[in-house]
Design a binder for this molecule. Structure first.
Ligand code: PHE
Length: 344
């Protein structure tokens, strides 16, 4: 026991922990309920009465040494910590940090949604990978019909029997899903990403974002369509913005139209953005073709509806005078930073 004590004493004397964790290990090893000192006292009980007289004193001194060492080390560590804390100069100005901003397309999508919400339109979403039925056939695009070429499609799987699988070319597919799964009236907008197999340039991209809208109920007319879109444009571009409708063609609407607005940049005077015409086309629209209603299980004798669809990129370009579509997907912070103030 004497030799053991000599050994432990030199260990304690030279001990120097560098952290509170290490010191805690020391405490457990020597002073813990299952520690060395406890063991030594147990052993002490077994020695002869004569030895006890000598050892008792030595052992008590050893215990005191361990306790005192622990106490001084603890104080020293705590003082050290305070010292390093004191190095922080709280009077220095804080380091600035940069906040992120919303992407311009997100800003405009949000704005469009807010306007239609005021008119009682819900927001509906659907899958980006679609089958032929939802993207084309239900929307009155007959098989092998040239209208399918209006939208250059990325096919994922060609399957003449089960139907092709493709990346959706428009969010009209969400309208089909909505009508198939519910009962009229429907009043919703469908924002989402769509894909077209086009060469990437300043004016075209292989993906872009749309917001389409659908309103189906008894007695819905073209006048409702015009009034709804007129209201939308006044809210988006400001009061006094003019609109005009030009006849057009979409397989799923009849009659169909394209809507132009007076150029928000030159106010109709003519500029590069509107190609000096004073007008810019922003959306396609029309009365839902009765075939489409029937395809989705809706009685076309009882119900009528209108639909419209617009590209968010086009609207954003006009709003912020952006002339190159590629900027939206390049993640160049110099471009994105310019929209930072509009954090909402
Ligand atoms: N789906 C059409 C497109 O992507 C837009 C549209 C929607 C036109 C609804 C008319 C009605 O070009």
């Amino acid at each position: 026991m004497q030799t053991k004590l000599g050994h432990y004493t030199s260990e304690i004397n030279s001990y120097s922990p560098s952290s509170a964790d290490e010191l805690e290990q020391f405490r457990i090893r020597f002073l813990g309920t299952k520690g060395i000192i406890k063991d030594l006292f147990d052993e002490f009980k077994t020695v002869s009465a004569e030895e006890k007289r000598v050892l008792g004193k030595v052992l008590n001194e050893f215990k005191k040494l361990a306790e005192e060492k622990y106490q001084t080390l603890k104080e020293r560590l705590e003082a050290g910590e305070q010292k390093s804390e004191a190095k922080v100069d709280l009077t220095l100005p804080g380091e600035g940090f940069e906040t992120g901003g919303r992407h311009p397309l997100s800003l405009v999508r949000k704005e469009i949604i807010e306007i239609f919400k005021k008119l009682g339109f819900n927001v509906a979403e659907g899958p980006e990978i679609e089958d032929d039925w939802h993207n084309f056939s239900a929307l009155n695009f007959p098989q092998e019909h040239p209208a399918r070429d209006m939208q250059d499609t990325f096919f994922i799987k060609k399957d003449a029997e089960a139907g092709d699988i493709a990346l959706r070319t428009h969010t009209s597919s969400v309208q089909v899903r909505m009508m198939e799964n519910g009962k009229p009236p429907f009043r919703a907008i469908m924002p989402g990403r769509v894909y077209r197999n086009e060469a990437i340039s300043a004016r075209a991209h292989c993906f872009f974002h749309q917001v389409e809208g659908l309103y189906v109920d008894e007695g819905v007319s073209f006048a409702d369509l015009k009034q709804t879109l007129y209201y939308f444009v006044q809210e988006l571009y400001g009061e006094g913005t003019k609109v005009r409708f030009r006849p057009s063609y979409f397989p799923f609407t009849e009659p169909s139209a394209e809507m132009d607005v007076s150029c928000s940049i030159c106010k109709g005077a003519g500029c590069q953005m509107c190609k000096y015409s004073g007008w810019v086309e922003i959306l396609g629209c029309g009365m839902v073709d009765p075939n489409v209603l029937e395809n989705c299980g809706i009685d076309s004798k009882k119900y009528t509806g209108f639909a419209f669809g617009m590209g968010i990129e086009r609207i954003t370009n006009l709003k912020y005078e952006i002339r190159d579509l590629r900027l939206f997907s390049e993640n160049d912070v110099r471009f994105l930073k310019q929209f930072k103030t509009e954090l909402i």
